[in-house]
Design a protein around this ligand. Structure first.
Ligand SMILES: [Cu+2]
Length: 298
């Protein structure tokens, strides 16, 4: 009996140690996470590289505390009931069926918790919703099954840029370079400048299906809906210059849902303007050819 008790005590100590270890790992979040990409055995969220992503992490951390406290409270009640009211320790049970005070409390307190949680939640939704004074506007269109990016004609840092669009498709395993990630690297990544407020417009081709443009490290996740232009924004923190961000379509959209990743490269203004000029030269030409071909076939 003494041995069994000792074993039980030891198991309890190990259990507490394991939970504490897991808690440390989860709460510190970034232990195995990285910026812009998943990692092997990764745990927690990817690094927050934009103000929205940081706000999402903050809300997540608050919710983690709340849900942990609620779960421990319910667990404590269950253990109390099991010990105090089992058939042995409570042979003649009370026949009470109602207690108004307790019933009001167990309805009112959860409602109050939900209302309190709604405040930071709605604040975050409106924060991520749109931006008025954007420095740059880009548009992502989901197609079956790849993304098309458009940089509309606009002025950025005193220079006229844009007026082109291009397709961005997954790299096949044979095309992967040493720095690429299988299933996540694309042939033509979208380049975006750091420290700029970027308006992101998201839609799906008119004859298409629902997609979802998701880039965890930048706090972007929004449905791409045919016939509807959704809007959100991001700002890549300057310390992430040079980072390659990876995301995926996050709406079950059809047979190649798993093969339409998103790759964004964070660059400085100079590199971005250079990329925009080169891309315009390259893709504007392609667009002209397709127009001519259409005219010929008619
Ligand atoms: Cu999709």
């Amino acid at each position: 009996m003494a041995i069994a008790k000792q074993a039980a005590r030891q198991a309890a100590v190990w259990g507490v140690a394991a939970v504490a270890g897991l808690w440390t790992a989860v709460s510190s979040g970034a232990v195995w996470a990285a910026a812009g990409r998943p990692t092997n055995w990764g745990m927690g969220l990817q690094d927050a590289a934009s103000p929205t992503a940081q706000a999402i992490h903050d809300l997540h951390n608050i919710l983690l505390w709340v849900i942990t406290l609620i779960t421990l409270f319910v667990l404590g009640l269950l253990i109390y009931v099991v010990i105090r009211f089992n058939a042995k320790s409570n042979p003649t049970p009370s026949r009470t069926t109602h207690n108004t005070l307790i019933e009001v409390l167990w309805t009112g307190i959860p409602v109050l918790i939900l209302v309190l949680l709604a405040i930071p939640s709605f604040k975050l939704l409106y924060f991520a919703d749109s931006i008025e004074d954007a420095d740059l506007t880009i548009k992502a269109t989901g197609r079956q099954w790849y993304w098309v990016y458009e940089i509309p004609e606009q002025e950025y840092k005193g220079q006229k840029i844009g007026g082109f669009e291009f397709e961005s498709r997954i790299k096949s395993p044979s095309e992967l370079g040493p720095d690429d990630i299988r299933q996540l690297s694309v042939d033509v990544p979208l380049n975006l400048p750091v420290s700029a407020k970027i308006r992101v417009l998201i839609t799906s081709s008119a004859d298409g299906v629902l997609h979802n443009f998701a880039m965890p490290s930048l706090g972007l996740k929004l449905d791409a809906v045919p016939g509807r232009l959704n809007e959100t924004w991001t700002l890549i923190n300057p310390e992430y210059q040079g980072t390659r961000f990876f995301g995926q379509c996050s709406e079950l959209c059809g047979k190649d849902h798993a093969y339409m990743p998103i790759e964004i490269r964070a660059v400085d203004d100079e590199k971005f303007l250079d990329w925009a000029a080169k891309s315009k030269a390259e893709y504007a030409e392609v667009a002209d050819i397709s127009v001519n071909l259409a005219a010929v076939s008619n």
